[in-house]
Design a protein around this ligand. Structure first.
Ligand code: RB5
Length: 147
C-alpha cells in the first residue's frame, strides 16, 4: 500500500509522528508537505493528496490540519474521495470496515500524538468489509456520478 500524507503549517509535528508510524508498519508513503511552519492554506494540501488518491496514484491519503475539519471538507469535494474525520480508534476501524474511507483527516490541536498514531495504525490496517456495505457505498458513488 502507498499513502500520500500532507498537513498544513499547524500540524507538522503530527505529520512527522504519522510518518514514523508508517515507517514502523513498513508502509510506503509520499510526503506532500507542508515542509516548514510558514503559513499555508489547507485546501491546497487536501486537494493534492485527494487527487492522487482519486487518480489511483496512491491507495490512500492522510491529512492533518488544526482540527482535521477543513481538510476533510475539501477532500470530500473530490470525486471518488470518502474522507473520514476521525477522533477515536473505534471510528477509525469502522470507517474502513463500513465506509471504505480512502482518506483520513486528523486534528493536531485536538488529538494527542499517541492517539493519532493509534487511529492511523487501525485505519491503515483495517480492510473494507464490503458485503451489505457495498450497496451503501455505491449509493454515495451513484449520487456523485449523477451530478
Ligand atoms: C489554520 O489556522 C486552521 O484553520 C486549519 O489548520 C484547520 O484547523 C482548518 O480546518
Amino acid at each position: 500500500m502507498k499513502v500520500a500524507i500532507a498537513s498544513d503549517h499547524t500540524a507538522l509535528p503530527m505529520k512527522a509522528e504519522l510518518i514514523e508510524e508508517m515507517i514502523e508498519l513498513g508502509i510506503e508513503y509520499e510526503d506532500l508537505g507542508a515542509y516548514t511552519d510558514e503559513r499555508v492554506h489547507y485546501p491546497d494540501y487536501a486537494l493534492e493528496v485527494s487527487k492522487k488518491v482519486a487518480d489511483g496514484e496512491v491507495d490512500r491519503g492522510i491529512l492533518i490540519c488544526g482540527t482535521g475539519i477543513g481538510m476533510s471538507i475539501m477532500a470530500n469535494k473530490v470525486k471518488g474521495i470518502r474522507c473520514a474525520h476521525v477522533q477515536d480508534a473505534f471510528s477509525a476501524k469502522f470507517t474502513r470496515l463500513h465506509n471504505d474511507s480512502n482518506v483520513l483527516a486528523l486534528g493536531q490541536r485536538v488529538l494527542g500524538h499517541g492517539l493519532a498514531r493509534e487511529i492511523a495504525r487501525v485505519w491503515l490496517e483495517t480492510e473494507y468489509e464490503g458485503g451489505r456495505h457495498a450497496i451503501r457505498v455505491q449509493k454515495i458513488a451513484d449520487y456523485e456520478n449523477s451530478n
